[in-house]
Write a protein that binds this ligand. Structure first.
Ligand code: ZN
Length: 282
């Protein structure tokens, strides 16, 4: 029997999206970590419009989802993991790990390459940190991320079920890791050895450039440990740290015109900042 991958993917993806949004929204509204500088309705409506624009760009540009690409590659002779002698569980686990490693690498390049930073800057220019920060990205960044994700799926010939698992993890992490809430210490400490937690990812949204270059992982924290980009906590502390880009932490950065047009405006000083070497202080 043929597995209807396309239908399964869209159904479970949206279920995960809605469930992830609702669970994190309830969590952070009941126990917010920090006060927000703008009204939640204003933040969520602006970021919701950006999310909608990004979905149109992503679907319209590629017309093929990661699982459909994986399905096409599974019938091909090519692909790093398309080896009949590799047991399926090994291919599944390797695919999940390598797809997350690829996302880490792409995120690293967004911070290291000035041209790419122009677009990723929009994600970081959020003056607050809550679940809606997770969907705030420039459409060109979304197009580049989705293109590199599809390329990684094709190069690996990752099993469709592993690609689906990676997509669902990534969707849930988009909300969870940007939660304006903290897990209790007894749970947070062990969990951050397995998954990127809100306390870990919050460091990455610091206004301090050196801290922005840390905690780049999306699903698993292991790449940050392996490549020495892990930082346990921000220097100013979780309750005092400031978010966003220094000098533009105001309501202006919630405007749609700012989020869409800023990458095309000249910003030499912001790019120069990215060339500051990262110092270890954890
Ligand atoms: Zn980043």
């Amino acid at each position: 029997m043929m597995i209807p991958w396309g239908r399964i993917e869209s159904t479970v993806y949206w279920l995960t999206f809605v469930a992830g949004f609702i669970v994190v929204a309830i969590w952070e509204s009941r126990r917010p970590q920090r006060d927000l500088s703008s009204a939640v309705t204003r933040r969520w409506s602006r970021h919701g419009i950006i999310l909608y624009a990004n979905m149109l760009v992503s679907v319209g540009l590629y017309r093929a989802s990661p699982v459909i690409v994986a399905l096409a590659m599974s019938h091909s002779r090519f692909g790093l993991l398309n080896k009949p002698w590799l047991p399926y569980p090994v291919r599944f686990i390797f695919a999940l790990l390598l797809l997350d490693l690829a996302r880490y690498g792409v995120h690293w390049s967004y911070h290291a390459v000035p041209f790419l930073w122009r677009f990723h800057y929009v994600h970081h220019s959020d003056p607050d940190f809550d679940l809606s920060s997770g969907v705030r990205a420039h459409p060109i960044e979304v197009a580049l991320t989705q293109g590199s994700n599809l390329a990684a799926v094709a190069i690996l010939a990752a099993p469709p079920a592993a690609v689906l698992a990676a997509e669902l993890f990534s969707c849930a992490q988009g909300f969870f890791s940007h939660a304006n809430a903290s897990l209790p210490g007894w749970l947070e400490k062990p969990l951050r050895w397995m998954f990127v937690t809100p306390d870990m990812h919050r460091v990455h949204h610091s206004e301090e450039v050196q801290e922005q270059a840390r905690n780049l992982g999306e699903i698993f924290p292991w790449w940050d440990h392996l490549f020495k980009t892990y930082l346990k906590a921000p220097a100013a502390g979780q309750d005092q740290m400031l978010f966003g880009i220094k000098g533009i932490q105001n309501d202006e950065s919630l405007k749609l015109t700012f989020m869409l047009l800023h990458p095309f405006r000249h910003q030499p000083e912001e790019i120069a900042l990215q060339e500051t070497p990262v110092t270890q202080h954890d």
